[in-house]
Design a protein around this ligand. Structure first.
Ligand code: ADP
Ligand code: MG
Ligand code: MG
Length: 205
């Protein structure tokens, strides 16, 4: 698999889901999450097309991170941008990603999001998809699963995490302004995180 192909599929999945993500953000935020993410990935695609075909995984992820930071105005731009930059640093000099490296990359991404946004699990953010996904990879590694099997479990855990965000109050980001009125709605960022993980899994499976 090439990293460029994988990122294109993840970005394409986000662009296809633009209206849905925006509708979700309309309910509990300012209705721009799909617009932000689609704009971000369109810009990333231009930057990625300028890379050489043999750009390594770390370089591709770095390009994604910098592209998202420079093109997305909302909270999600710096958060996802930092996540991709940290994931890039966690796979420096690697030509293939095994399950352990995948977990290290996801954990680095999560730590980046937390360094920036100061959120923890249970605050109705993208972390409510990403942290369970990482935990599922860890459980898979302990059970001797390979990276594809671990990713499958990660997607399922992220989907469960999205469902969980419907049941909790937002305490970070714009949705926190709604307090208990945010209950019943799934978090847009948890949804976009899951979409990206799912696209990655569909690609590697
Ligand atoms: P904005 O809220 O600035 O309009 P977006 O709509 O693009 O930005 O992104 C909103 C998403 O960002 C939320 O659904 C949530 O998942 C995520 N988010 C917001 N604040 C935080 C935070 N502090 N930590 C982690 N994720 C956050
Ligand atoms: Mg928004
Ligand atoms: Mg906004």
């Amino acid at each position: 698999m090439t990293a460029i192909e994988a990122i294109k599929l993840a970005g394409q999945a986000i662009i296809e889901e633009k209206d849905f993500l925006t509708d979700l953000d309309q309910a509990i935020g300012d209705g721009d999450h799909g617009i932000n993410m689609a704009r971000g990935f369109s810009s990333v695609f231009t930057k990625i097309d300028a890379l050489k075909d043999d750009a390594d995984i770390s370089m591709v992820l770095k390009t994604v991170g910098m592209g998202l930071i420079s093109s997305v105005g909302g909270a999600s731009g710096p958060l996802y941008g930092t996540a991709f930059l940290r994931a890039s640093a966690a796979c420096k000099d690697k030509n293939a990603i095994d399950a352990v490296t995948a977990k290290e990359m996801l954990d680095a991404a999560i730590k980046g999001i937390q360094d920036r946004g100061k959120a923890v699990k249970g605050e109705k953010t993208m972390l409510d998809a990403l942290i369970p996904a990482s935990e599922a990879i860890g459980t898979g590694i302990d059970a001797g699963k390979n990276v594809v099997e671990c990713l499958k479990d990660a997607v399922e855990a992220a989907q469960t995490g999205v469902e969980y965000t419907k049941t909790i109050i937002a305490t970070k980001g714009r949705a926190s302004y709604l307090a208990e009125r945010s209950i019943g709605h799934q978090d847009p960022g948890a949804t976009s995180s899951t979409t990206m993980l799912k696209a990655l899994y569909e690609y590697v499976k």
